[in-house]
Design a protein around this ligand. Structure first.
Ligand SMILES: [Zn+2]
Ligand SMILES: [Zn+2]
Ligand SMILES: [Zn+2]
Length: 148
């Protein structure tokens, strides 16, 4: 879970104006312990008393994704969601398919695999995206009631 103020100060640090809409979206993002959709942010902004338009929500989320504050994940259901991110080095998300909480993992030993792909295809691999889905420990043990 991230702090809304961390997002807001990162936006400010990137030279962006902190509009009421961006603040409301940041707070809605920070309020989610797990992955969330644009729709969730829309609903949260209404609930928070600062309703933000759909287009603005999408634009703000894209801006935040561009800054590495959140990251888009494609859920196994085909739905597009976002997870809050620590802006850091290259990493992957392991996402719980029940509660939506995610952990970030760095080097998972992909390099030798990517090299093999380069050799077999002749492509130079510049980037990749990898998301892993499964049940977190709490969901597996049934201790957590799904809230996402
Ligand atoms: Zn991330
Ligand atoms: Zn990677
Ligand atoms: Zn879980």
């Amino acid at each position: 879970m991230v702090d809304g103020n961390v997002i807001i100060s990162a936006l400010g640090g990137a030279g962006l104006r902190i509009t009421g809409a961006r603040r409301a979206v940041s707070e809605a993002v920070a309020a989610h312990d797990g992955h969330f959709t644009a729709e969730d942010v829309l609903v949260a902004s209404r609930r928070g008393g600062h309703p933000v338009g759909r287009a603005t929500v999408f634009r703000s989320l894209e801006t935040m994704a561009g800054l590495g504050l959140i990251e888009r994940v494609d859920l196994p259901s085909g739905e597009h969601a976002y997870v809050a991110c620590q802006p850091a080095a290259h990493h992957h998300h392991v996402v719980c398919s029940r509660c939506g909480r995610s952990v970030e993992v760095g080097d998972i030993g992909l390099d030798p695999l990517l090299e093999r792909v380069q050799e077999s295809t002749g492509y130079r691999i510049d980037s990749h995206r990898l998301e892993l889905f499964g049940l977190c420990e709490e969901c597996r043990s049934g201790a957590r009631i799904a809230s996402a």
